[in-house]
Write a protein that binds this ligand. Structure first.
Ligand code: TYM
Length: 338
């Protein structure tokens, strides 16, 4: 099959500090698996990161670092396009246009906006509010068919679909209406190790709550050993009554590629200690090769920049093809080559 015949996949992560095990199991691991079958674009969404105040020097390092992590996880620049969002100006341009097709009420309903505006009360900026229109632009620019994300992004994806449908209906169908591809149930929402009712998030205050992709193996094991469980003393899968145990079972399944059924059989008649240690060990086994590749990739900044420059070039061309259609249907003057 020719590359152009393959359906398109687009996804991204924010360069706001190291990735967590949640990002890896909920998103990146699936991206890697999609590279053969799909024409994939994987983006470091640095413009999204600006909705929270960032230190400029640290941000630039985090952007390169995240690109290096993509490569270390197995994203292959020979198969997929890896690029930085701000290097393709059409993302911001289309976001503006799509914001005029998005209702305030739709944005007000976004749970991530409600959450973040609670946490950053002194900086509830307009970008935080219109964030989902930028995300819709990221996706719609490339005629994306599938968007592999964790469960927390589902609501944003629904908005992207609604905006695409509304725009298409107002003019003609130039946007592909994208489908979310949410990771299998266990890894779609990896939970916080200390407060297992919440998702594992980079922004959790306690270090013990989150497993970072580049944590040392002994640190990872320690975090798992200290994971919060319950006092029931039985290993069973019940997200409501035993959220900590359910989370460890999910992680073990995702890391060892086992079904929940196998997990329950494997740990039957065991204590929580064994579940904690084996989950930590399984995570270390999948992360060790990623960490080793990361160390090589990050040491060669020149090569990394070359990959990102190539990726941005490919993405700019594809995005421009869509912008030609967008300005045409809107009645703006035709694009001149940039
Ligand atoms: P971000 O940077 O918060 O997270 C990147 C990806 O990781 C997934 N994820 C999780 N999955 C399972 N369990 C968890 N605990 C967990 N935490 C995070 C997220 O669902 C996501 O897939 N707005 C997006 C980035 C973005 C994007 C896009 C994604 C911008 N434009 C276009 C797809 C398409 C975000 O903040 O992801």
């Amino acid at each position: 099959m020719n590359l152009a015949d393959k359906p398109t996949v687009f996804s991204g992560a924010q360069p706001t500090g190291q990735l967590t095990l949640g990002n890896y199991l909920g998103a990146l691991q699936n991206w890697v698996a999609m590279q053969e079958e799909y024409n994939c674009l994987f983006c470091v969404v640095d413009l999204h990161a600006l909705t929270v105040r960032q230190d400029p020097q640290a941000l630039r390092e985090q952007i390169y670092d995240l690109a290096a992590v993509y490569l270390a996880c197995g994203i292959d620049p020979a198969k997929s396009t890896i690029f930085v969002q701000s290097q393709v100006p059409a993302h911001a341009e289309l976001a503006w246009i799509l914001s005029t097709f998005t209702q305030m009420g739709e944005l007000e309903r976004m749970t991530q906006y409600k959450d973040k505006s609670q946490r950053h009360r002194t900086n509830i900026n307009a970008g935080l509010f219109t964030y989902p229109t930028l995300m819709a632009a990221d996706i719609l620019l490339y005629g994306t068919h599938k968007v592999p994300v964790g469960a927390d992004q589902k609501q944003h994806l629904e908005l992207s679909r609604d905006v695409a449908t509304r725009f298409n209906g107002a003019f003609k169908p130039i946007f592909q209406v994208p489908d979310p591809l949410i990771a299998s149930s266990g890894s779609a929402r990896v939970k916080d190790l200390q407060e297992p009712s919440k998702k594992m998030s980079k922004s959790a205050e306690s270090d013990l709550a989150k497993v970072m992709l580049l944590d040392e193996p002994k640190t990872i094991l320690k975090k798992f050993k200290k994971a919060v469980t319950d006092s029931q003393g039985v290993i069973a899968y019940d997200e409501e009554a035993q959220p900590g145990v359910a989370n460890l079972l999910n992680i073990w399944c995702a890391a060892t590629n086992n079904s929940l059924e196998n997990a329950l059989e494997h740990f039957s008649h065991n204590m929580y200690g064994k579940l904690k240690v084996e989950s930590g060990e399984a995570v270390n086994a999948i992360l060790a090769p990623v960490q080793e590749r990361y160390r090589d990739i990050i040491a060669d900044r020149g090569e990394l920049i070359k990959i990102l420059d190539n990726g941005a070039e490919v993405a700019r061309q594809r995005a421009e093809e869509m912008m030609v259609k967008v300005v045409d249907v809107l009645g703006l003057p035709p694009r001149r080559s940039l």
